[in-house]
Design a protein around this ligand. Structure first.
Ligand SMILES: [Zn+2]
Length: 212
């Protein structure tokens, strides 16, 4: 990495963890401000967390976001570098799973917090995709945001393939529209804030995951 720190912010201490990631692809910056806004809203109203621990990663690929590249500084697509059964070894996928500091950082968070639900913000497809046992969750979250549910299929070595298909943990891929980053934070929050509140309700309704 190019000296930029990876940041994870943890709110609450409930038995169920909701993990929200943005900016795994550096050319898809719109989710980051939404995640930061959600954090501020919850710091102002912590009672809304109830029994949920929230782990927020607003920029998983800070070097890519700074450079405007999909990949990290080493040219690896961080959403193809996961130890999923469908991992394919190419230079752009990292050669092996978890070769990158960014994916290892997130893998450590997954292991430590064992989330009941994971959300990852992308662009530009304007839909809610899901992997694992998340169909109904995806429908309710999509309804809250006026985005359609679309099953795009698990990409090789993607976070969705690993978390959803292999670990069996519900994961939503939230595809915001192409130019969403041109909207103000206020505008983004007005359109997609309800989606985040709905995801928090969904996490609260899920059984806590037992420790390994
Ligand atoms: Zn993406």
């Amino acid at each position: 990495m190019q000296g930029r720190a990876l940041e994870a912010n943890v709110l609450g201490a409930g038995p169920r963890t909701l993990l929200i990631i943005a900016g795994i692809h550096g050319t898809e910056p719109a989710g980051g401000p939404l995640v930061r806004r959600f954090e501020r809203e919850l710091r102002a109203a912590p009672e809304r967390l109830r029994d949920v621990t929230l782990v927020l990663v607003p920029e998983l690929n800070p070097d890519g976001l700074a450079a405007g590249t999909r990949t990290n500084a080493r040219g690896v697509d961080l959403n193809r570098n996961w130890p999923a059964r469908n991992f394919t070894s190419t230079e752009r996928h990292g050669g092996d799973p978890l070769t990158e500091p960014e994916t290892r950082f997130l893998a450590d968070l997954l292991e430590r917090h064992r989330p009941v639900l994971v959300l990852s913000f992308h662009q530009p497809l304007a839909c809610v995709d899901y992997d694992g046992p998340a169909e109904l969750i995806a429908e309710r979250v999509a309804r809250a945001s006026n985005l359609p549910v679309k099953k795009l299929g698990a990409r090789p070595g993607s976070l969705g393939a690993y978390v959803g298909e292999d670990l069996g943990v519900p994961i939503l891929t939230l595809e915001l529209p192409a130019n969403a980053q041109r909207s103000s934070e206020e505008d983004l929050w007005r359109r997609y804030g309800a989606l985040l509140w709905q995801a928090l309700d969904e996490a609260f309704a899920l059984d806590p995951r037992p420790a390994i």
